[in-house]
Design a protein around this ligand. Structure first.
Ligand code: FE2
Length: 287
């Protein structure tokens, strides 16, 4: 029997915007500024993917962050990160770097390859006001340390954060309670995947291979390749039906309902706190 009694629908489909960031890395900004309130606690989602080194080789040289977390998920390729606290790590195929910027750090994220495919996602997850100035922290999670579960219908689920089908993810966070799943549908068409989701949690699905449908009792909505479906906040879960070999990420979290003030890589609650962030960065207080 299904654990999803009433399935959520699609409120809107979003096509990402092609842009450049860092030292000229080409990427697709899937979740941008205008969706920050709607998809609270998520602030940004970038998808990068290219087999042309010219699109990624310049990387992201030294830059600061304050007030939120970055979650970088590598599908293919290698990226080395170094930060002002002396930490260094290599992010590679299927691995995740979960970084809590807290009160601030400076880091670089640079490709460690000169050819081949570089593909992945960077998600920005907000911190509650009371934790925005916490100590910086990060964790490198290698691919083999990401729990996986295969549903009875044959969908492989990589559980990066939260919980799915009885499997605890690699990360659990209080306050925002993020769910981050990478779904790999099998090679035959029409397989269904279900995931319970509290109605209060904002949620979206992004398709990066193939395509799928968001299924409700009396309605389905097709989500094509490279589209994000913002899910409506009704019902108690989501039901997805995939085309053959579809891959998609499902992301959900408990909204913070706090004011969002952003200036580039700083995300605080007020303008005054942003001015302070810029001052602290200039004074060398972010490493
Ligand atoms: Fe960064």
């Amino acid at each position: 029997m299904s654990s999803v009694r009433e399935a959520r629908g699609v409120e809107r489909l979003v096509q990402g915007q092609d842009t450049q960031d860092g030292a000229g890395v080409r990427l697709t900004r899937v979740l941008s500024h205008d969706l920050q309130e709607r998809l609270d606690p998520f602030l940004m989602l970038d998808a990068f993917g290219s087999d042309n080194p010219g699109d990624y080789i310049a990387g992201f040289p030294n830059h600061p962050h304050r007030g939120f977390e970055t979650v970088t998920y590598m599908i293919a390729g290698r990226m080395r990160h170094k930060d002002s606290g002396g930490h260094e790590g290599l992010l590679q195929n299927g691995g995740v770097q979960w970084m809590t910027a807290g009160r601030g750090l400076t880091h670089s994220e640079m490709p460690e390859q000169e050819e081949g495919v570089m593909e992945g996602f960077q998600l920005w997850l907000n911190l509650p006001a009371k934790n925005k100035l916490c100590d910086p922290w990060y964790r490198d999670i290698q691919s083999h340390d990401i729990p996986e579960v295969t549903t009875p219908h044959g969908v492989l689920v990589r559980v990066i954060a939260g919980q799915s089908h009885g499997t605890e993810g690699a990360m659990q966070r209080e306050h925002t309670e993020p769910l981050y799943l990478d779904l790999h549908f099998p090679s035959h068409e029409g397989v269904v995947f279900e995931q319970p989701l509290p109605a209060s949690h904002n949620a979206f699905v992004y398709v990066y291979r193939g395509g799928l449908e968001v299924v409700q009792e009396d309605h389905t909505c097709a989500v094509p390749l490279k589209r994000m479906a913002v899910l409506s906040n009704d019902g108690n879960g989501v039901v997805l039906r995939g085309q053959a070999n579809t891959r998609a990420i499902v992301i959900a979290g408990q909204p913070l309902h706090e004011p969002i003030a952003q200036y580039g890589p700083f995300v605080m609650n007020t303008r005054e706190e942003l001015v302070q962030a810029v001052d602290d960065f200039r004074a060398g207080l972010m490493g």
